[in-house]
Design a protein around this ligand. Structure first.
Ligand code: FDA
Length: 305
């Protein structure tokens, strides 16, 4: 089922037609407060009242013309200003292929550079998503170039890739910001652990590798996961090396483990909710279904009701 859903995410006929089906649109709403950025900002304000921060992301990937990337940059500049004006500590998360990586890496760098400057101007932060493994080298290269100019930029790394331990090791030499996730794309067995238990074991090992540097404030580590058992295990490691709770940071997706987000924030962990919005939700939504195929029942219920 996971493989089928990830195949469907990249199928061009389905991506043109499925977003018009009302029951799929209704089901996708479970993971986003609305398609407009105003809806996302309102959700962010509601989270703030519960001591939960936010990261905003306009859905979109694999654009075909650089003019679309410019539109995305201008949109994010507006969002950063609006979020700052609303008293939110503005953080955004962007996909390199949303900013032109399939077309022109230098133009993508210029776009990221512009967004990093816009984020810095409002004391905000720019996260770079990690897409399929065909983009890993180029995305890390963009991060290496950006980090020297803008400290307020972080990158997502995926625990399912064999290479990630080596990437972490290299990045730790220059005070990086890393959002560690398990990984959401279809990857071949020569690049990524096929078995979930191995991905989980690698996730924990990577955290153990980074935690001493987190405690010395040499890395901003974000656990990008909804896996409460994993968060608990990492928290115990952190306790063992006398780390403060406030130094552990967890980001989750809107609509998933909502009660646990509130609980973790109330217990003193730093929590942010990654809020997605926009109309280009098809491939992203299919990846959410693939993560938990039981979500398909929810889609079926929307179709019947
Ligand atoms: P796991 O899959 O083990 O799930 C643990 C538990 O969480 C499940 O038992 C279930 O209860 C709940 N859960 C997980 N996914 C769910 C879903 N879709 N619906 C309902 N419940 C669900 N990936 C990537 O490749 N590049 C990226 O840039 C990012 N960015 C990113 C940012 C943030 C903040 C998060 C939280 C995640 C990502 N991801 C990502 C996605 C990530 O790679 C991964 O696919 C998902 O987080 C699911 O894995 P978990 O770590 O939650 O664990």
């Amino acid at each position: 089922m996971r493989a089928l859903l990830l195949w469907a995410a990249n199928n061009s006929w389905l991506s043109t037609h499925v977003p018009h089906w009302g029951f799929v649109r209704r089901a996708a709403r479970r993971f986003m407060p609305g398609e407009s950025y105003e809806a996302a900002l309102k959700a962010a304000a509601d989270f703030k009242a519960q001591k939960i921060g936010s990261v905003l992301t306009q859905l979109g990937e694999n654009i075909r013309a650089l003019s679309e990337a410019t539109e995305a940059v201008e949109h994010y500049e507006k969002v950063l200003e609006a979020a700052a004006a609303a008293g939110l500590e503005p953080e955004i998360s962007v996909k390199p292929t949303q900013l032109g990586l399939d077309i022109d890496p230098d133009a993508t760098f210029a776009n990221l550079n512009r967004l990093a400057a816009a984020a810095a101007a409002v004391k905000g932060f720019l996260w770079i998503d990690m897409e399929g493994s065909a983009y890993t080298d180029r995305t890390l290269e963009l991060y290496n170039r950006l980090h020297g100019r803008h400290p307020g930029v972080g990158i997502c790394l995926q625990a399912y890739l064999y290479r990630t331990a080596a990437d972490v090791f290299r990045l730790l030499s220059f005070k990086p910001s890393i959002r560690l996730v398990k990984g959401a794309y279809a990857e071949p067995a020569d690049r990524a652990f096929p078995a979930k238990r191995d991905v989980d074991a690698n996730y924990l090992a990577l955290c153990a590798l980074m935690l001493p540097d987190v405690s010395r404030k040499r890395v901003r580590l974000v656990l990008g996961t909804h896996d409460m058992a994993m968060i608990d295990r990492v928290a115990r490691y952190a306790d063992a090396i006398a780390m403060d709770r406030h130094q552990l940071e967890v980001h989750m997706l809107y609509g998933i483990q909502s009660k646990q987000q509130v609980r973790l924030a109330a217990e003193g962990y730093r929590v942010r909710d990654l809020i997605s919005y926009g109309d280009a939700w098809y491939a992203w939504y299919l990846r959410r279904l693939a993560e938990r195929p039981a979500n398909m029942w929810f889609v079926a219920r929307q179709m019947l009701g």
